[in-house]
Write a protein that binds this ligand. Structure first.
Ligand code: GP9
Ligand code: MN
Length: 612
């Protein structure tokens, strides 16, 4: 023990800090280890990074050396802690664009408190030890030669780490889909450095974008994505108002399901029978959550692998649904009772062509009518009706609900059903807020009928993304009565999608569908031709449809196969295949498509294309 205490401070700090990082990797981040090389790197990379950093301290003398070690340990800990909190909500690591979303901070305060953990202060133990020891002891003033050898040693270890990571996870640096791969192979801190470089790179991409690329992409879309024939429903809703409701965090597993013997979504369950209801409809969002789902819907393009596209590319040229509908004589607007700059919406909505954004300032928000993230959904709809009635017709409006948002808070007076009983308070309360939103929608339908808007409208409802993250899989498994496999997890990414056309019957549709398909589907129902558009979705009512639905991380679902976590599954047996050969051909197309979409967005390529 004495020997350990007397180690040079940079070595002691590397051991303590490295060990803490490793503990966080194991206890907080749920990272799968796929092979022995990954296992080795998983254990070693925290120490390699720590040694690289703390080793630099011996280039400083006296008090500066002590400060370098102490402040470094503290800053490193803040980075780890921020990632820990972020992970509890998103099951993901922070990226630079997300960090610059500083003006989101106010709104997430509620969530942040619920993401704090009583054990969080333990993260400071090593920092305090490092501070005490370094200030109690004389600093080391090594001869220059020794400094250089230590630096050389840490660089060699870093390079070895980076190279071996490529062995444990081939194409790690060229084929980035999963931030987890980075963290477990090269370490949290190297990942952040990589992320910063990546963002700088993407900024330069716009500057150097290849103008000719857009015609190649347009050819690809015409040949591989678009359906050749018009669907029978083309124009069925011509000139009707389009009312789109984004259902915060509602997943499909709550539809036609019960908790404690009670229906969770009685109104939506009835609506299934009166609408086109897509039971195999998947959300495809990444870090931008709600905003990514909006991006998919409006553009039929994929969100970005890192950061919210609403932030990263909020000022691009788009050919989005609001703009297209405006050109067709519609009036496009959004209703959402939150701060207008959240997700950079005020900027992005302009780029998408929205004429009016009814943000929080359009609403009377009081303590009584708010909960969690803000205005309660029932009051939100009630207060919106007067604006809706005044809009020029036909209109396209998007309503974004809020009450069913993590951490799913609800006052007793608003809870119509009992919470679930599991170790996850998140899941327990989720059912209650979902029910609340269901009631708000029911009430909104009534209000639409009373205001005379209902009959001449198409009402579309869509879940924006998952509400129960992978982090809660144990409790969710308890509710669903099974252990959740990677395949099940992919299937849990289904969100409800309803197209309700008053006067039409509708039916339950089982085809594979995703948020990418919404734009061509809705435009076609309104009788608007999309043959000049560029997007990666297909009309959900067309016969010849694209064969797969892809997720932002490269996972995908096709009729026969599912691919996730580098494993190919047979969909009949729901079990993994021996190797991935069967999935390879689709995987190639998936990569191609995601790359094309990213090229459009990063390069802002639509500025070179004439959609007329
Ligand atoms: C915020 C709301 C929620 O305005 O849309 O966003 P989310 O956290 O779900 O992305
Ligand atoms: Mn959301």
């Amino acid at each position: 023990m004495k020997k350990i205490i007397h180690l040079p401070i940079y070595i002691l700090a590397s051991i303590l800090f490295g060990f803490k990082t490793l503990l966080v990797y194991s206890l907080v981040f749920d990272m799968s280890i796929d092979n022995p090389m990954q296992a080795i790197l998983f254990v070693l990379n925290p120490f390699i990074s720590a040694f690289l950093f703390f080793g630099l301290s011996i280039w400083f003398k006296g008090i500066y050396q002590k400060l370098f070690v102490s402040i470094g340990a503290l800053l490193g800990t803040i980075i780890i802690w921020a990632n820990t909190m972020f992970y509890r909500d998103f099951t993901d690591f922070i990226t630079i664009p997300v960090m610059f979303q500083a003006n989101n901070a106010g709104d997430v305060t509620n969530s942040i408190f619920s993401l704090l953990h009583p054990s969080d202060p333990l993260l400071l133990i090593d920092v305090i030890l490092i501070m005490i020891i370094s200030f109690k002891r004389d600093t080391i003033t090594y001869v220059p030669k020794k400094k250089r050898s230590i630096l050389a040693l840490s660089v060699v270890m870093l390079v070895a780490n980076l190279l071996l990571a490529e062995v444990g996870r081939p194409n790690l640096y060229t084929n980035v889909f999963d931030r987890e791969d980075f963290v477990k192979n090269i370490g949290l801190f190297n990942y952040h450095v990589y992320d910063i470089a990546q963002q700088a790179f993407s900024t330069s991409q716009r500057a150097f974008a290849d103008e000719s690329k857009i015609s190649e992409i347009s050819d690809y879309v015409n040949q591989n994505v678009k359906s050749k024939d018009q669907s029978e429903l083309f124009g069925i809703a011509k000139d009707r108002n389009l009312i789109f409701i984004s259902l915060e965090s509602i997943q499909s597993f709550v539809i036609n399901n019960t908790v404690n013997g009670e229906e969770i979504t009685p109104f939506l369950n009835d609506l299934v029978g009166e609408s086109y209801y897509f039971e195999n409809f998947y959300h495809q969002v990444a870090q931008g959550k709600t905003s990514d789902s909006e991006f998919l819907v409006e553009n039929s393009l994929y969100p970005l692998p890192s950061g919210a596209v609403f932030f990263v590319r909020g000022q691009n040229e788009y050919n989005a649904m609001p703009e297209i509908l405006n050109q067709q004589g519609y009036y496009s607007s959004v209703f959402h009772a939150n701060n207008k700059s959240f997700w950079n919406r005020n900027i992005m909505y302009d780029a998408l062509g929205y004429k009016k954004f009814f943000d929080e300032t359009a609403y009377q928000i009081t303590e009584e009518n708010s909960v969690g993230w803000g205005l309660k959904d029932k009051s939100f709809f009630t207060q919106s009706i007067k604006y809706l009635q005044e809009l020029p017709k036909p209109f396209y409006t998007k309503f974004i609900t809020l009450t069913n948002h993590h951490p799913y808070e609800l006052g007793e007076e608003d809870a119509s059903i009992e919470p679930y009983d599991s170790e996850s308070t998140t899941l327990n309360h989720y059912f209650q807020t979902v029910r609340y939103t269901d009631e708000a929608i029911e009430q909104f339908f009534e209000q639409l009928k009373q205001s005379g808007l209902y009959d001449n409208s198409v009402i579309v409802l869509m879940g924006d993304h998952y509400g129960i993250s992978e982090y809660e899989n144990k409790a969710l498994g308890q509710y669903l009565g099974k252990e959740i496999t990677a395949y099940d997890h992919l299937q849990l990414q289904r969100v409800p999608f309803f197209i309700h056309i008053p006067g039409e019957e509708g039916k339950v549709m089982s085809e594979l569908a995703g948020q990418i398909d919404v734009k061509p589907t809705l435009l076609h129902l309104l009788g608007i031709d999309t043959s000049n558009d560029i997007g990666f979705g297909t009309d959900l009512f067309a016969d010849d449809r694209k064969e797969f639905i892809t997720f932002r991380d490269g996972s995908f679902i096709s009729d026969d196969y599912a691919y996730t976590k580098e494993t190919c599954y047979d969909r009949d047996s729901k079990s993994p295949l021996e190797d991935n050969t069967a999935c390879e051909p689709i995987k190639e197309k998936v990569m191609q498509e995601l790359n094309y979409s990213d090229e459009i967005v990063y390069g802002d390529l639509f500025r070179f294309y004439d959609f007329e």
